[in-house]
Write a protein that binds this ligand. Structure first.
Ligand code: ACO
Length: 398
């Protein structure tokens, strides 16, 4: 790789690379992707292995610390997670100020940056000082905030986190327990959530991670940086696609009367802005390895929960049509992670507008790991792309 800093200093050269398709912005030890072969590894561990054998909190620990936790480290990390699970009571009023129909990604982003007002000491501490304390506080409180946002949106009283429940179980309980039901967390749902959050946990220099790092490169605190990342993830071309996939499938049934060919034709029509949601990826030019895991688990979870969903068959029909169509084959467009995850969240009872929130909760460890790596990089500088100016030359005000 050419060191662009030296080049620029010597020649004043500016690379023009819209969308940063070929621009490397850092060196990183966190996540490895081979887009041609469909490989994804966190800290050297294959995503299939991690999804099969680990809990989400262990993968969070792995991303931040670079190694899987020992039994004692796992217990301590989980204890910290419980210790930090409550939101400051004053933060409860924030939820009341939003309209019931507020999108929970907006609320989540606001809650992330609001945490910095309650814990300003983060800015004074050295980066690695009490690192688990900071990480678990963010992870745990954001999960609580997400569940509170949901309860607020349906007009139900909030449910507080419980110290006897693990990370994923706690979230599910806060989502679905009410004062009038005797909800018990289904282990099938808890296992599925662990797996889904692991699939979301990091994906190197994607749009939201780049935003988190860009904001952090200016010296902004971790909460502010994560808040910005949540906003980026919300976009339909990024994590927001999981919500849009389900909405697209629903529209295929209601508006297109199940006519998959018509929808595929629209996606290929260059005069139509419509795109198949959950299809295509900047880096993967073969099947997204996360989508493979998500597809298998979707079928397993639905079967275990005894749920039958016509959208699953429709999704398969759409995938078959994509894989058999020259337009998609020539462009290496395959289902991505968002194609099947929403179907599983739906079977678990998670409402559609919470899908991207789930993605955000899963992605927080990756954002933190990359933010820390960026801040510790001795070559790190403020992120500041250049431009090719195409506007007016100087002109007088008349
Ligand atoms: N439907 C139809 N055509 C598509 C699609 C799609 N979903 N995705 C890409 N294409 C076409 C483009 O029109 C383009 O065609 P052209 O070469 O004839 O102009 C070609 O494939 C390349 O697409 P780009 O937009 O240049 O690819 P890019 O890497 O910039 O975008 C992206 C990647 C944003 C993911 C894109 O594939 C897309 O919009 N997909 C749908 C949204 C989605 O699922 N996003 C989630 C991605 S995963 C994640 O972020 C968590």
């Amino acid at each position: 790789a050419v060191d662009i800093r030296t080049l620029r200093a010597k020649t004043g050269m500016i690379t023009y690379d819209p969308g940063f398709v070929n621009t490397g912005c850092c060196q990183s030890d966190v996540t490895y992707i081979d887009g041609e072969k469909g490989i994804l590894r966190y800290r050297g561990y294959d995503i299939n292995d991690l999804a099969e054998k680990c809990e989400f909190v262990d993968v969070a620990y792995l991303l931040v610390h670079g190694k899987l936790p020992s039994r004692e480290q796992h217990d301590e990390f989980s204890t910290n997670m419980n210790y930090h699970s409550l939101l400051h009571e004053d933060m409860r009023h924030f939820f009341d100020a939003y309209p019931d129909h507020a999108h929970p990604m907006a609320t989540l982003s606001a809650m992330a940056v609001s945490l910095s007002t309650f814990y300003p000491e983060l800015e004074d501490a050295t980066l690695q000082e009490n690192i688990d304390y900071k990480v678990t506080r963010l992870l745990s409180k954001m999960r609580t905030a997400a569940a509170f946002a949901y309860k607020k949106s349906i007009g139900h009283p909030i449910v507080y986190p419980r110290p006897d429940l693990k990370y994923c179980e706690n979230f599910i309980n806060m989502m679905f327990r009410t004062p009038v039901n005797s909800y018990e967390v289904d282990p099938v749902v808890a296992k599925a959530l662990n797996k889904l959050l692991i699939l979301h946990a990091d994906h190197e220099q994607n749009c939201s991670a780049s935003v988190v790092k860009m904001v952090g490169s200016a010296g902004a605190n971790l909460y502010a940086s994560i808040s910005a990342g949540i906003c980026a993830l919300w976009g339909p071309l990024h994590g927001g696609a999981n919500q849009h996939v389900i909405e697209m499938l629903e529209r295929i049934i209601t508006e297109d009367k199940g006519d998959v060919k018509r929808v595929v034709a629209r996606a290929k029509d260059k005069n139509d802005p419509f795109r198949l949601m959950g299809v295509g990826h900047r880096v993967y030019k073969s099947y997204d390895p996360r989508a493979k895991v998500a597809k298998t688990m979707c079928k397993d979870v639905l079967e275990a929960l005894g749920v039958s969903d016509p959208l699953v068959d429709l999704a398969q029909e759409l995938e078959d049509a994509v894989l058999a169509d020259d337009y998609f084959v020539e462009r290496n467009l395959y289902p991505n992670i968002d194609f099947y995850t929403g179907l599983t969240y739906r079977a678990m009872g998670i409402p559609t507008d919470m899908f991207t929130v789930m993605f955000a909760i899963g992605r927080i460890p990756g954002w933190i790991a990359q933010w820390l790596e960026m801040r510790e990089d001795p070559h790190g500088r403020i992120g500041r792309p250049r431009q090719i100016y195409t506007g007016h030359t100087q002109r007088p005000v008349e």
